[in-house]
Design a protein around this ligand. Sequence first.
Ligand code: GDP
Ligand code: MG
Length: 596
Amino acid sequence: TDQSLIRNFCIIAHIDHGKSTVADRILQLSGVVSQRDMRDRFLDRMDIEQERGITIKSQAVRVPWVFDGQEYTLGMIDTPGHVDFSYEVSRALAACEGAVLLVDATQGIEAQTLSNLYMAIDHDLTIIPVLNKIDLPSAEPDKHAEEIAGLLGCDTSDVLRVSGKTGEGVADLLDRIVMEVPAPKGDPAAPARALIFDSVYDSYRGIVTYIRMVDGELHNRERIHMMGLGTTHDPIELGVIQPDMTPTASLGAGEVGYVITGVKDVRQSKVGDTITAEARQASEPLPGYRDPKPMVYAGLFPIDNAQFPELRDALDKLKLNDAALVYEPETSVALGFGFRCGFLGLLHMEIVSERLSREFGLDLISTAPNVEYDVTMEDGSRHHVKNPSEFPDGKVKRIVEPVVAADIITPKEFIGSVMELCQDHRGQMGTMEYIGTERVEMHYHIPLAEIVFDFFDQLKSRTKGYASLDYHEDGEQQADLVKVDILIQGEKVDAFSAIVHRDKAYSYGVMMTKKLRELIPRQQFEIPIQAAIGSRIIARETIRALRKDVLAKCYGGDITRKRKLLEKQKAGKKRMKMLGHVEVPQEAFIAALSTD
Ligand code: GDP
Ligand code: MG
């Protein structure tokens, strides 16, 4: 394809502003998906995405569009809106020259509208501002067009108005894309360079890599070289997605497509790497991506420890499709062998566990998530603690925790409630600006640990759902934090240790000991359950001893009944963990770790 006839763009917006729905209309209008095959949010291909109604993965698709009698090739990428998936968005942006910035005409600019816009500007993309959902009676397009024009420094008449529901204005949007988004500017005659912006593991075909051709051309069956990894492959298929994978003989500069090498070893592919032709190699790789930094960590353990190797294999494969996931092996006294995983947030963590269970059939327990702490001891040693159970013993000199810059957009009547919420979460207020006349954007510095857990839910409930939140890492600060251990009959249970602010240590201890007292069955002897900071006990509960021996009631009874009872007990024990002399059912761990 002639580069001057290519336009690559992504659709960015706050969550639920209608990206995937507008993408549907584009697929239909351009004729690549027929009326019969159409379903809502066509590009949300995963079951989890359909069920939850959110986009998790960016999806690239090629659509034709005729403008002024000339057929153009549009490369469209639908992106997720949730803050946990902004790394997905940033990788998509690097494959495009333009971005369609959608804003819900009933809501106006929200927190992720801004963060995605700034990311697109950082990537030098041409921005096309669009108000969506103009079919709704509550839409206020004039008012919100003002906001957007103010933000972008453009004219209100530059803000397009569309409806992803009725399709109104979508053809105009495609025309605007052709007119305004610059054509790719790679060198078609240069040695081939293609950026790997995503990949996925397919059990039949092995690794599928999604690429954006920057320079030159790649031909099917032409031997390729991965510049970063230094490996060489013979592709078995090259093609474009429209919207199914369609093989082509070649991919030229500016095109977005895919390559299948037939390789099944997941270490042979890396998102952000540059593909070149083996016979005529480029001298410099493309810039690639910065690895994202995990925000929260948690342990993932197979309920059946025999599944540990399968979990490793599943994580390796999932990582291909989720470049933000990091993991390393971990052992826990209570939970056995597993992995300590790093995630971009709690939604990301939830999605990873759910994909591991759905796509790989694994049954997992996850431990309570925590952020990473930088601990300096009196003896001068320094420790990066990603796992509370690895918190060093001895005298602590200082603990440093990560801090985020949080941007909250809210109607002005909720300013007071938002301030209160942020104060409760150790937030420090920065500046505040008006967006239009009724809403404000508030800036805060808040410890990451305070924001990743229940903050968002509380924000929503205190603002009747109207506030939106975005945050990004912004340094660190010293804080008065302590490690709380939980002891069952004097034995520390690693999975339950937590690092919390000193003010919250007592309530954590009380909550956990109470929970465990209810979850652990009574045994032949009394079992103390304690919460401690170092050697100081801060809370205690006791499970009283069972009065009667289980076998006592069988005395004189018949022997088969007795044997049956013993066998039943043995079977039950398989799911028990021994902590010292105490048997703790697996379920108790799971229940104690679950947040609700
Ligand atoms: P995304 O998160 O930005 O991809 O948003 P979705 O495309 O998933 O849409 C979120 C919700 O808004 C869905 O319930 C859509 O049906 C609805 N929606 C999207 N566009 C429109 C529109 O133009 N009009 C109306 N009435 N609803 C829309
Ligand atoms: Mg979507």
